[in-house]
Structure formats: structure tokens, C-alpha cells
Design a protein around this ligand. Structure first.
Ligand SMILES: Nc1nc2c(ncn2[C@@H]2O[C@H](COP(=O)(O)OP(=O)(O)OP(=O)(O)O)[C@@H](O)[C@H]2O)c(=O)[nH]1
Ligand SMILES: [Mg+2]
Ligand SMILES: [Zn+2]
Length: 358
């Protein structure tokens, strides 16, 4: 395998899915950033300006098929690698996406082929267990490992911190949780110690929690712009507005993302199962297989809530997300069905036209 590509995350997973024909015709590269109609891509060195081949543009039929930050692509490089054309996109190992607001069915892509997501909440004012659960569901659904970072530990008292950490462990028993501070540098080396060469990471979390500040700390210089929360509120916009892959000195690859006001709707059956494994397993022990967990005898969920083993708000949040996810999955399938029928309709109209002509 090519060492330069490996250094930016290429692995056996991608190698075993390589398209022999594409590989023979083109180079392999990774999408570093996405602009409106163009990209920058890299073979391990400098990022190069790239555009989509007309042919590819023509065959992509939904927004989620377009290349996104972190994608592997087949491309041709021209003029001493000063620009490039993208011909095809590799299968994705993981994909972070959220449903765009509104009634559209399409997804807004956040990043592809991320191995580990840092979910950041600030300890002073952004901390919220229910929101954390939403992020966990999204990350787990993509098959990505989650590390929970509680930022701005300099702003709260030790006892309060211990209390919050304990709460976080109840909603994410299998994830690493680190409280840290960009300002006092508390636990900063511990956070940086999570980063492994050639692994891809992303920073997720609300605006103002300190994602970009952390990236700057990781880089050891203030390369990217950060902004105080109050200043942001007066301007009403996020400081970070683009997503790009950044390689650190130790070889880890990281994507900073603009803070998301809301995660959008979910359609995430698998993510729910993993994030709420405790509830899923409790519900399998109810006396009745069709238990609605509302008033039945022998309901293990109601019993767990009664005994204080399951927090009612955690259970409520689970129900809310499950409902939302079921609804979105259904409407998605329905939309696909409609699209197919529309396709058939177009075909039959074309056929009739042809018949009339002949
Ligand atoms: N006290 C304290 N302030 C911090 C810490 N980390 C970041 N800040 C401040 O919080 C503000 C927001 O930080 P950013 O790094 O811009 O936040 P962000 O998550 O990148 O925000 P968006 O790009 O809008 O999503 C800045 O004023 C930072 O100086 C910290 O650990 N402690
Ligand atoms: Mg930022
Ligand atoms: Zn039950």
C-alpha cells in the first residue's frame, strides 16, 4: 500500500474495496475540504484544487452521494499536481450526517470516514444530558467511537464536576469521558493523548463550547479563529463555518465542525440500540413480549424507574427519539417509493411519446 495515503488514513478497509478499473485509470486521494462547487483533495502532500468530472456529476442523484470532507476518491492530477478532477467516490467506512431541517428527505453530510468523534459540551452552560444522548445516537449510528469531552473545567467547582461526570457515565457507560480546559490546560495532555497517527477524528458540539480553541491547542498555535460566546450571540453566527481535514504533527487527522444549533431529525435505529442498550435489554425482560411499558404487570422498565435504576427523563428521551426515528424512516421510505413511481411515470410517458413518433 502507498505510504503517503496510509499516513492520511488509507487502510485495508478501503484497499479491499478498491475498484480495479478506477484504480488503473486514476490516482487515489482524500477530500480535505468542500467549497460550494469545488474541493481540495490530497494524496498525502499539499491539498490540491479539484472539481467533479462531468460524468460523475451526471450520475450522482442525491446530495449524500456527493463527495464530502474525509471521503476517498479516484482522481486525475494535472499540471504538476496543481489541480485535479474527481471521477468516483469510494464506499464509506463511516458517515456523519444529519437530516436537513424542513421536510426534505435528504441528508446534510458532516464528514466521511471518521474513526472517533469527540463530543464536546462545556461544563459551565452547555451541559445537557439529553443533548448528549442525541449526539451519542448520531455517532453510534454511524459506527463511530465516541469520546466525551467536558470543556471549560476552569469555570466550575470540583464538587460540581464530580457530580456531572457521574451523570455522564450513566448515559455513556462505555465511552471515555474527559473534563478539560483550554484555558488552564487541565487534562489537555490527556485529551491530546487520545490522538493516534493516521486515525481520523472530528469535533462535534454546540457553538461556543471550545472546539476550535481545542484544535488550536492541539496544533500548538492559534491557526483558526475562535470567538467569545457573547460576541457570537450579538452577531448570531458560528465562528467556524467550514469543515476541513487538518493533520497534526503526531499524524492524527482531525475535522473541526461548525457548532450545530440542533442536530436535525434522526433516523437512527442502530444508534438508538447502542446508546440505550440498558433500556433495550430491560424491555426484553418484560413479562409480555408486546409490553407497552405503560401499566402492565411484570414490566421491567416501569420497575427499574420505580427502583430509581432508570431515570424517567432518560426513558422519555429514548421514547422521543425512537418515535422521531420511526417517523423519519417511514417518510424516507415513502419518499423513495414515490420517487420510483415518478420514475416509472416518466418512463411510460417517454415510451408513449416514442410510440406516437413511430
Ligand atoms: N474559560 C474557558 N473558555 C474557553 C475554553 N475553551 C474555549 N473557551 C472560550 O469559548 C469561546 C468559544 O470558543 P470556540 O473555540 O470559538 O468555540 P467553538 O466550539 O469552536 O464554536 P463554533 O465554531 O461557533 O462552533 C472563546 O471565547 C474561547 O476563548 C475553556 O476551556 N475555558
Ligand atoms: Mg469553532
Ligand atoms: Zn414493559
Amino acid at each position: 500500500m502507498n505510504n503517503d495515503l496510509e499516513s492520511i488514513g488509507y487502510s485495508d478497509w478501503f484497499q479491499s474495496r478498491v475498484d480495479k478499473q478506477q484504480q488503473a485509470a486514476h490516482s487515489i486521494a482524500r477530500v480535505v475540504s468542500v467549497q460550494k462547487d469545488s474541493y481540495t483533495i490530497s494524496k498525502g502532500g499539499e491539498a490540491v484544487f479539484a472539481e467533479l468530472a462531468g460524468n460523475l456529476l451526471y450520475t450522482l442523484d442525491s446530495a449524500s452521494e456527493f463527495p464530502t470532507t474525509g471521503d476517498w476518491v479516484y482522481a486525475d492530477f494535472y499540471d504538476d499536481d496543481s489541480h485535479a478532477i474527481i471521477y468516483a467516490v469510494f464506499p464509506r467506512k463511516t458517515l456523519l450526517k444529519r437530516k436537513a431541517a424542513g421536510k426534505t428527505v435528504d441528508w446534510q453530510l458532516i464528514a466521511a470516514n471518521i474513526d472517533v468523534a469527540f463530543i464536546v459540551q462545556s461544563l459551565n452552560d452547555n451541559f445537557n444530558l439529553r443533548r448528549l444522548e442525541r449526539y451519542l445516537v448520531m455517532v453510534h449510528d454511524s459506527g463511530i467511537e465516541a469520546i466525551i469531552l467536558l470543556s471549560k473545567s476552569d469555570l466550575i467547582a470540583k464538587e460540581k464536576l464530580t457530580e456531572i461526570e457521574a451523570k455522564v457515565r450513566t448515559v455513556a457507560p462505555n465511552s471515555q469521558v474527559i473534563a478539560f480546559s483550554n484555558s488552564s490546560e487541565e487534562n489537555l495532555t490527556k485529551v491530546i493523548g487520545c490522538l493516534k497517527p493516521a486515525y481520523s477524528y472530528c469535533l462535534l458540539g454546540s457553538s461556543g463550547v471550545g472546539k476550535t480553541s481545542l484544535l488550536n491547542r492541539m496544533l500548538g498555535e492559534n491557526q483558526y479563529q475562535t470567538q467569545s460566546v457573547s460576541h457570537k450571540q450579538s452577531k448570531g453566527r458560528h465562528t467556524t463555518s467550514s469543515r476541513q481535514l487538518v493533520q497534526l504533527d503526531n499524524g492524527a487527522i482531525i475535522v473541526d465542525t461548525p457548532g450545530m444549533r440542533e442536530l436535525g431529525s434522526l433516523a437512527v435505529a442502530e444508534g438508538l440500540e447502542e446508546t440505550f442498550a440498558d433500556i433495550e435489554s430491560l424491555s426484553q425482560q418484560c413479562r409480555f413480549t408486546n409490553c407497552s411499558h405503560s401499566n402492565e404487570k411484570g414490566c421491567t422498565i416501569l420497575a427499574a424507574i420505580e427502583q430509581g435504576k432508570l431515570s424517567p427523563s432518560r426513558y422519555q428521551n429514548y421514547l422521543k427519539m425512537r418515535k422521531e426515528s420511526e417517523f423519519n424512516q417511514m417518510s424516507y421510505l415513502e419518499k423513495r417509493h414515490k420517487d420510483k413511481q415518478f420514475g416509472k411515470h416518466v418512463k411510460s410517458v417517454m415510451k408513449q411519446k416514442k410510440l406516437k413518433k413511430s
